[in-house]
Design a protein around this ligand. Structure first.
Ligand code: P70
Length: 464
C-alpha cells in the first residue's frame, strides 16, 4: 500500500499561542470582521492560504547558507535556471519576487487594451493584472467545473468548444494569449488533464496564439494526472510534468505554492525575443535578471523546493491529507466541493447557509464564526472576493459560487490538527441556523476582500 502518512519528521517546532474566545471576538470586531486584518499570532490553525506558508526542508534551509548575494551572476540563479529547465523544458527563466510580478511582466508585454485573455479561471491577482492592461479576463472552465456537486476527474479543464467560439467571434487579434491555471484555484483546486491542455494548444496553434500555464500548483496537478488520466499511471510525476509543460510555450509561477518556499516566483518560456522585452521591463520595476527581486538564498530555496515537490511520497501524503479532511466533512454532511482538490477543501457556503443570501456574504459569515469560536482562519472565495457593483447598471454582480476555502499549508500541520479543523466545521454546521448575514461598510475599488470592513446584521434584518 502506498501509505500517505507524513514522509518527514519534525526537527523544529513553532509554538502556537492560545487565545481566548473573548479576545478573538474583540480582535475580529477591531478588524471589521475581515480575517486578513487579524494578527497571525492570534490564530490557532491558519488555513488562509497555502501560499508562502510551507515548511522548508533541512536541505532548503542548508541551501540558504550557500546563497550567493552577488548582484550579477549569482550561482543560485544558475541552479534555479537548471531546475526549471529540467522540470519544464523552458530554457529562459526570469526570477520574480512572487507570482503576480511574473503575471504583470507577461501581461504588460503581451496584452493591449480591449483584448481578451481566456483562462480556465483567473485567480484574483491574475484577473487584476489582466484588467490593469485594460483587457478582459475571461473564464472558460468546463460547465462541470462550476457545479460543486459534480464528480469529474478533471474539473479544471478549459472548455475547448467555448475557446473555439471565442476565436471564431473575435479573431486572433483580440486574443493575445491563452492561459490555463494548474490546478484551477478559483474552481476548487481542480486539476487539468494533459488531453485538455493538448486540445487547447491545438486551437492556439491554429490561430497562432501562445498558450501559457499559471503553474503555481503544477506538481499537485501532475499527481492527479498520474492518479486519474488513462495512460499515466506508470509514468513518474516528473515525466508527467515535462509532458504537461510541453503543451504550453511558457508559464508564470508563484514559488510560494509548489516551489515550497516562503517567497519567490518566475516566468519561464523559450522565446528569446520575448525574454528581451520582459527583461527590459524587469530591470526597471523588479531587479537585475539574475535575482529578479529575490536574494540569492531565496533562489536556492526555490531551486531545491521545485525538486522536492516532485517526490511522490511527499505528493501522496500531501494530496491525501487534504482529501482526508474533505472526507471527514463530507461524511458528516457538510457540503463541500467534490472531488476534493489539491491544496484545499472548499466548503459550499450557499448550501451550508441557505438562509443567508449572497448579498449578505454567506461565505464570510462562516469565516467569521470559524475564527471567533475555534481560532481557525479560512478565506472566503465568493461574493466578497469576486462580487462587485456593475458601474453601468449599478447592480450588484455575484459570482456563481460562494465558497470558503480551507487551504492547507504544505508540511505544516499534523493530521491531529486536521481532525480539530474537521470537528470545528462539523459543530458549526450543526448550529448553522442561528448564523446571521453581514453587510459591507467599506470596500476598496480593486481586490476589495483584502481591506473590506463588514458588520453583522441585526437579527430583525435577516431574511429567512
Ligand atoms: C492563494 C494565493 C496566489 C496565486 C494563485 C494563482 C493560481 C497566481 C497567484 C499569485 C493568493 C491568496 C488568496 C487568498 C489569501 C491569501 C493569498 N494565490 N495564480 O492563496 O501568486 O501570491 O505569488 O503573487 O493561486 O491562492 P503570488
Amino acid at each position: 500500500m502506498r501509505f500517505p502518512a507524513e514522509p518527514f519528521r519534525i526537527k523544529v517546532v513553532e509554538p502556537l499561542r492560545y487565545v481566548s474566545r473573548e479576545e478573538r471576538a474583540r480582535l475580529l470586531a477591531g478588524a471589521g470582521l475581515n480575517i486578513f486584518q487579524v494578527p497571525a499570532d492570534s490564530i490557532y490553525i491558519d488555513l488562509l492560504t497555502d501560499s508562502g506558508t510551507s515548511a522548508m526542508s533541512d536541505s532548503q534551509w542548508a541551501g540558504l547558507m550557500v546563497g550567493d548575494e552577488s548582484y550579477a551572476g549569482s550561482r543560485n540563479f544558475y541552479n534555479l535556471e537548471r531546475a526549471v529547465r529540467e522540470i519544464t523544458g523552458y530554457h529562459r527563466m526570469i526570477p520574480t519576487h512572487q507570482g503576480r510580478m511574473a503575471e504583470n511582466l507577461l501581461f504588460s508585454t503581451l496584452v493591449r487594451p480591449g483584448q481578451i485573455v481566456p483562462n480556465n479561471s483567473h485567480f484574483d491577482t491574475t484577473r487584476a493584472n489582466v484588467e490593469a492592461q485594460g483587457a478582459e479576463a475571461l473564464d472558460l472552465v468546463i460547465d462541470e467545473g462550476l457545479d460543486p456537486t459534480f464528480d469529474h476527474p478533471f474539473k479544471g479543464n478549459l472548455d475547448v468548444a467555448k475557446l473555439e467560439r471565442l476565436f471564431e467571434t473575435h479573431g486572433r487579434e483580440k486574443i493575445p494569449l491563452v492561459m490555463i491555471t494548474v490546478t484551477n484555484n478559483s474552481g476548487g483546486g481542480q486539476p487539468v488533464s494533459i488531453a485538455n491542455a493538448r486540445a487547447v494548444r491545438e486551437v492556439c496553434d491554429r490561430y497562432g496564439v501562445p498558450l501559457f500555464f499559471d503553474a503555481c500548483r503544477f506538481a499537485e496537478n501532475c499527481y492527479f494526472i498520474q492518479e486519474r488520466e488513462p495512460g499515466y499511471a506508470s509514468k513518474s510525476v516528473r515525466e508527467i510534468a515535462r509532458e504537461l509543460f510541453a503543451c504550453a510555450v511558457g508559464c508564470t509561477m508563484s514559488g510560494k505554492k509548489d516551489g515550497l518556499v516562503n517567497i519567490g516566483g518566475f516566468l519561464a518560456f523559450n522565446d528569446d525575443s520575448l525574454a528581451e522585452r520582459v527583461t527590459n521591463l524587469l530591470l526597471r520595476i523588479e531587479g537585475f535578471p539574475t535575482y529578479g527581486g529575490l536574494a540569492g538564498r531565496d533562489l536556492e530555496g526555490m531551486a531545491r523546493g521545485l525538486n522536492e515537490v516532485l517526490s511522490e511520497d511527499y505528493l501522496a501524503f500531501r494530496i491525501n491529507q487534504v482529501r482526508n479532511l474533505g472526507a471527514m466533512l463530507d461524511q458528516a454532511g457538510v457540503p463541500i466541493v467534490k472531488p476534493v482538490g489539491g491544496h484545499a477543501v472548499y466548503i459550499d457556503a450557499r448550501r451550508f447557509l441557505p438562509h443567508i443570501p449572497q448579498s449578505q456574504f454567506p461565505g464570510q459569515c462562516l469565516v467569521v464564526v470559524l475564527y471567533r469560536d475555534y481560532g481557525i482562519r479560512a478565506v472566503e472565495v465568493g461574493s466578497l472576493m469576486f462580487g462587485h457593483r456593475d458601474p453601468q447598471t449599478g447592480q450588484d454582480v455575484f459570482p456563481k459560487l460562494d465558497l470558503v476555502r480551507l487551504a492547507i499549508p504544505r508540511r505544516v500541520y499534523t493530521s491531529e490538527q486536521m481532525r480539530y479543523v474537521a470537528q470545528s466545521v462539523i459543530e458549526i454546521h450543526r448550529e448553522r441556523d442561528a448564523m446571521r448575514g453581514l453587510r459591507l461598510e467599506y470596500e476598496a475599488p480593486v481586490l476589495r476582500h483584502f481591506t473590506a470592513r463588514l458588520r453583522e446584521l441585526e437579527p430583525a434584518t435577516v431574511q429567512t
